[in-house]
Design a protein around this ligand. Structure first.
Ligand SMILES: Nc1ncnc2c1ncn2[C@@H]1O[C@H](COP(=O)(O)OP(=O)(O)OP(=O)(O)O)[C@@H](O)[C@H]1O
Ligand SMILES: [Mg+2]
Length: 344
C-alpha cells in the first residue's frame, strides 16, 4: 500500500516509521526468534541537521542504521531517505548516502590511506583527476594530510587515524546524507573532538548527519536533535534543550561518598529512593561512589539533609554534594528508571 506524505515528511531527509526487526537463531526452517531488536521504532531527521540516535548497548541503534542504509530489510514498517523507500528504491537511496558502520570495516590493511580511498572512489564511479582531487580534499578535511595518513599503511594507523579515514571515505562521494554508527567509539578525546567538529561543519555546509552514540555528553554537544532509543523504540525526541525540559521540574544532585562497603551503599540508595526521587549510583574509583539523584524542585534541601542523616546511619562518609544543571543523562535516567545502559 502506498504511503501518503505530509509536506513535512516529504521534506525530511530521513523518515523511519514503525520499524520492526527480529533476529533469528539457526537457519530456515528451523529458525527461532532470538531477539526483537526493533519494536516499532520511528523518527524523523530534517535536512541539514545533526540527528543523534542515543541509546544503551543493545538498544537497536546499529540495526536502525543498517536499515536506513539499505543494508538490512525491516520485518515491517517503512523508512525513507530523501523521499525514497529504503527497500523498494534502495538504488536511489544509495546514491544519496555515505555510510560509516564501524571504524575499521572494509579497508585493506596492506594499502595506504590514499590507495584505499582510490579503490573505493573507483567503486563509487569516480576516476582520473576528479578522483585524485576528491581524495585530496577528503584527506584534508579529516585532517589526515597533515598526519601523513595518505601514505601510511592502514595496518599502521592508530584507531583515530582509521576513524578519520573512514570519514574521508564517506566524504569522497560528497553525499547529501551522512550516516555514522558510533563514529567516536574508542577514540581519544582529541580525535573524538576533531570528528565532532567536522560533523558540525558538514551540517553547517548543508549536509544531513545521522549519528548514533551511547555517549550522552556527545549527543548533547554534537546533535541538533536527539532520539533516545530504548529496547527498539524511540522513547523521547527533541533538541537537547527540549529533552532537558522534560525534567525541568526536577533538580539533579550529585553526592560523592566514600566507602568500600557496597551493600551499605545499595541500602542507602534504597532508603533514599522514593516515588518522586530517583537515585542511581556509580563507582568513580575504588572506595569512591557517585550518587545521582533527581529531586523535585523545592525539595533539594530536604533531600540533602536526608542524604547526610541516612548516610551517617549506615556509616558512609559524604565527601561532597553538588546541585547541578540538568544534563541529557538526567533525562535518560528519568525516562528509563535508572538504567543508563553503561557497561561496567
Ligand atoms: N546478527 C544478530 N543476530 C542476533 N541478534 C542480534 C544481531 N545483531 C544484533 N542483535 C541483537 O539485537 C539487539 C539490538 O542490537 P543493535 O546492534 O542494533 O544494538 P545497538 O544499539 O547498536 O548496541 P551497541 O551499543 O552495543 O552497538 C541486541 O539485543 C543485539 O544483541
Ligand atoms: Mg551498535
Amino acid at each position: 500500500m502506498g504511503k501518503v506524505y505530509t509536506v513535512a515528511e516529504a521534506d525530511a531527509a530521513i523518515v523511519a516509521e514503525s520499524l520492526e526487526k527480529t533476529y533469528y537463531k539457526g537457519s530456515f526452517p528451523r529458525r527461532t526468534p532470538a531477539v526483537k531488536a526493533l519494536r516499532g521504532l520511528s523518527f524523523k531527521v530534517r535536512r541539514g541537521e545533526v540527528y543523534g540516535l542515543l541509546g544503551p548497548n543493545g538498544a537497536g541503534k546499529t540495526t536502525t542504521v543498517k536499515i536506513i542504509s539499505t543494508l538490512m530489510v525491516p520485518d515491517s514498517g517503512e523508512a525513507y531517505v530523501s523521499g525514497y523507500n529504503v527497500v523498494s528504491e534502495f538504488a536511489e537511496v544509495r546514491k544519496r548516502i555515505g555510510v560509516m558502520l564501524s571504524v575499521e570495516r572494509g579497508f585493506f590493511w596492506k594499502l595506504t590511506g590514499r590507495e584505499n580511498l582510490r579503490y573505493f572512489g573507483l567503486l563509487y564511479g569516480l576516476s582520473g583527476r576528479e578522483l585524485e582531487e576528491r581524495i585530496d580534499s577528503s584527506l584534508e578535511t579529516v585532517g589526515l594530510r597533515e598526519l601523513g595518513g595518505g601514505s601510511k599503511f592502514f595496518e599502521d594507523m592508530s584507531l583515530g587515524m582509521r576513524a578519520r579515514l573512514g570519514l574521508a571515505r564517506v566524504l569522497l562521494r560528497d553525499p547529501e546524507i551522512m550516516i555514522l554508527d558510533e563514529p567516536t567509539l574508542g577514540l581519544d578525546p582529541h580525535s573524538a573532538r576533531h570528528i565532532r567538529r567536522l560533523l558540525r561543519l558538514e551540517a553547517r555546509n548543508g549536509k544531513t548527519v545521522l549519528v548514533t552514540t551511547h555517549n550522552m555528553f556527545e549527543a548533547e554537544i554534537l546533535c541538533d536533535r536527539v532520539g533516545i532509543i530504548r529496547s527498539g523504540r524511540v522513547i523521547a525526541e527533541g533538541t537537547p534543550g527540549e529533552l532537558k525540559g522534560l525534567v525541568s521540574r526536577s533538580t539533579p544532585i550529585t553526592v560523592l561518598l566514600k566507602t568500600f562497603d557496597e551493600p551499605s551503599l545499595q541500602e542507602l540508595v534504597a532508603r533514599l529512593s522514593r516515588d518522586d526521587v530517583r537515585v542511581d549510583y556509580e563507582r568513580v574509583e575504588p572506595g569512591k561512589w557517585r550518587l545521582s539523584l533527581l529531586v523535585p524542585r523545592g525539595l533539594e534541601d530536604e533531600v540533602l539533609a536526608e542524604v547526610y542523616v541516612k548516610a551517617r546511619a549506615l556509616s558512609l562518609k559524604v565527601l561532597e554534594t553538588r546541585v547541578r544543571e540538568v544534563t541529557l543523562e538526567d533525562v535518560f535516567i528519568a525516562l528509563t528508571g535508572g538504567d543508563t545502559g553503561k557497561v561496567g
